[in-house]
Design a protein. Structure first.
Length: 232
């Protein structure tokens, strides 16, 4: 019986029925062995609750809870030791959302964002390099594997400085122009032919006269085009 008493008085038992006196267990059994069996059964139940039930339905949130920090307090009435998690309310107030600059973040940083895996992070970086940088966050929607609902949920965690690499239209060759995602080979070829026939472009608007870029694409490509020292 002393063995049962020692177990029953252990502070590790947090369930209410585990804090009763040993005579309570004897009420449901005829022998001390049966009482010990009941105690062992509820001990197993306690372990299951700690491992599966509590973490699943009452998870601790790392930014708001100090990781597994326990505090023992004594109940003034029963003089029992109560073990509980320490809640740090100050961390909730100071918690901030990390914002990534889309033109500077690498694939490892992007991968840490929710709903962004390693493959999608590499796609974002690869498309940025192909474009020469993003001038708007809406350009991320042009990536094939990036869903719109994902973009909307992460919109507040991205920033765009609008700095892009421009292409000098008067000096760029056919391959350089056609390499840009917004230009096709035939469109780049028309720009080169117009430049050879009429001389260098003096303004960006003059590029329209080559009739190579449709109006629907003009607003998207214009930030990436430059005429000599003129930039966006």
């Amino acid at each position: 019986m002393p063995y049962v008493c020692a177990i029953m008085r252990s502070k590790d038992f947090f369930l209410c029925f585990m804090k009763t006196q040993p005579t309570f267990w004897l009420y449901f059994s005829r022998t001390e062995r049966q009482a010990l069996t009941l105690l062992a059964f509820f001990f197993v139940v306690q372990i299951c609750v700690r491992i599966w039930i509590i973490p699943r339905y009452f998870p601790t949130h790392p930014p708001h809870w100090k990781s597994l920090q326990l505090v023992d307090t004594v109940d003034n009435k029963t003089q029992e030791i109560i073990t509980a998690y320490l809640y740090d309310s100050t961390m909730e107030k100071t918690a901030t959302t990390v914002v990534l600059e889309i033109n500077q973040a690498d694939s490892a940083q992007l991968e840490k964002l929710p709903m962004i895996g390693g493959f999608l992070a590499k796609q974002i970086v690869a498309y940025r390099e192909a474009l020469g940088g993003y001038y708007s966050l809406t350009q991320l929607l042009e990536i094939k594997y990036l869903k719109e609902d994902t973009w909307e949920k992460l919109h507040g965690q991205w920033a765009c400085n609008g700095k892009v690499k421009t292409i000098q239209v008067n000096t760029a060759d056919l391959e350089t122009l056609a390499k840009h995602p917004y230009l096709q080979w035939t469109q780049a070829k028309r720009i080169i032919h117009y430049r050879q026939a009429h001389g260098p472009f003096t303004t960006k608007d003059e590029i329209k006269m080559a009739k190579a870029i449709p109006d629907s694409m003009w607003t998207r490509i214009i930030p990436y085009l430059a005429v000599d020292s003129l930039t966006r």
